[in-house]
Design a protein around this ligand. Sequence first.
Ligand SMILES: Nc1nc2c(ncn2[C@@H]2O[C@H](COP(=O)(O)OP(=O)(O)OP(=O)(O)O)[C@@H](O)[C@H]2O)c(=O)[nH]1
Ligand SMILES: [Mg+2]
Length: 636
Amino acid sequence: MAMGKLVVIKIGEGSFELGFPVTLYIGDEGDRFHTSFDGQLPAFAQIPSIYTTWQSEYRHFINYSRINKRAEDLIKNLNEWLNSETFRPRKEKFLNKVNTEDTVRVIIQTENPLLRRLPWYLCDLFEVDTKAEVAISLPNYEKPSQLLKPQPKVRVLAIIGDPQTNTKNSLDLNPDKQFWQNLSNDADTVFLEKPTRQEFNQNLWDEQGWDILFFAGHSSSNPDATTGTMDIKPGENLTIPDLKLALKKAIEGGLQLAIFNACDGLGLAKNLAELNIPQIIVMREPILDPVAQKFLEYFLKAFSSGQSLYLAVREAREKLQGLEKEYPCASWLPVICQNPTEVPFKWSQLFTNKLIINPSLVEEIIAAGAKDEFFLFKEPNSCDLPKIVVVGTSVVGKSSLVNALFGGRDVVRVSSVPQDDEQTVEENWAGLFKIIDSVSYDEFREQEVEISIKCADVVVQLWDINAIRRNDLLLYQLITKNEKPCITAINKCEQYAPDERQIIIHKYKNVMSSIFIEISVKAKENLSQLVSLIIKELPIELQSIAIEKIASLEKIYQCRKVCKQIILETQMQADVMISYLMNEPNLLTELQKLHIIMVEKIEQQYIKLVLLKNNTTEPLKKLYTMQYSYSRIKKT
Ligand SMILES: Nc1nc2c(ncn2[C@@H]2O[C@H](COP(=O)(O)OP(=O)(O)OP(=O)(O)O)[C@@H](O)[C@H]2O)c(=O)[nH]1
Ligand SMILES: [Mg+2]
């Protein structure tokens, strides 16, 4: 069977004069590495000068045959280097591990500026298969903590830089703009043409968040590609550190990919990678206008029609070979810079990756459940809510999980001895779905459990990490036989260290296509992630309804946050406040709009009633008046 393989080649500190230590890691995509071996790339002192000779020919761009000659020279030497005595055994071992039918994603991890520049994908080593693509990464990286918000479209912030019209460097950036505009309806692209630094910055802060940041225009890197600049408007150029805080915010808000369709972008890429953005596409060297345009056209076409990011870049690169008669080495240019903690995504996943509910909202809902304020989040009409059925063998923690999602309230009975008289209990969770605690599975109750499974939209199969038995696997088969989306939640994980858990779970991951999540009901671990997964697995129509509901829950949540603050300040009775709000749906929106002003003013302990003269409904005015008098009392 063709499978995805991930190969990481970590090249440690060294030099071309002395050689580099290398470690190769091989694993299946989405899993841990199963093989690793160390090796040594020996000294090969001529490579830097061979590269610079090619580079200077390429950058002059006059004598095509000399550029090609130098290019051949470089590749020949690179191959020779990788075939050296000390490295060849590793190379062969590598080739043995990779099947020709595999798609292979290779990441070269190094800080060395020249190693980052080399056209790795042309080496024999990676010609094992037509589906290999080579990306680069830094040796140090962290997993970005991204809050992924549900969104109906892919959001693109496209910066169209200064085209320097009427100079010898003049660019035509209109085609780039058009490619984005003509893209499928799933993209929502905001263009900033020749923005000021402030405009650029402000847009990055956009509350809705971005999926893709795109730049077209002039850019360059310093010689060792540790920093780079982009020309955004005449006389104004920017570095990544100039935008650091805004970019961090955008990455936290879900930015997945930056594309610099511009010259010599490795410096920009390095600085962005340091902020842990998941993926970047840049050009290794200066790129001519027509090549850049073609790249974007080919890439967007492949990517938006469903190719993975790697294959889309590869396809675009291969098509660029067709231009190499007029533009030698065109296909050398694009390179992916990848954060190894992130799995590269497809266009469609830019949506589904986002179907994640804010963890603090889940906590808030659970807490509201405990205090019996649950009605706040619940919609009255709940007849056709999606059905989530929790199944499992006995005492795995099914009832405990249901109760935990309701803030520990005894919705269903929990006991350390199996419950024989159980009933299937249904509860409405925040108006998002119904959750059903089914009877325990065993061979005598198979039929009963199957009836519950049949009515489910998503099945959560619970396992006890201490005791995964044959019946648990039979139950899994019963779920798949009924073709239901299934999440396998492994409970009671608090009893094991993370690596011990992995060893236990790994066995099953390889043989089952279920989605796995480690949880602990007792330690309240990963419950919000479980809720997110449930929503992700819903059939698409139910999912879009759920997403809309989450958006409105999020509003209520934000509003409650503001209210709590006011309550704290004014000591106004919480129930008075809440009844105001619940009877006045418009007020919620109103309050939201005023949120910023209010918080600010509360901080100053002073509210200008002027702000409220217009546009507010009576109760809100009352609220403000109370607030106002309170702050006056406090002052005097
Ligand atoms: N250590 C630990 N114990 C847990 C956890 N979750 C549940 N338990 C315990 O597991 C036992 C069974 O919990 P229940 O929720 O009744 O399990 P069930 O699957 O509903 O059991 P039956 O309905 O009787 O089949 C109880 O003693 C719980 O306290 C957990 O995350 N960690
Ligand atoms: Mg139970």
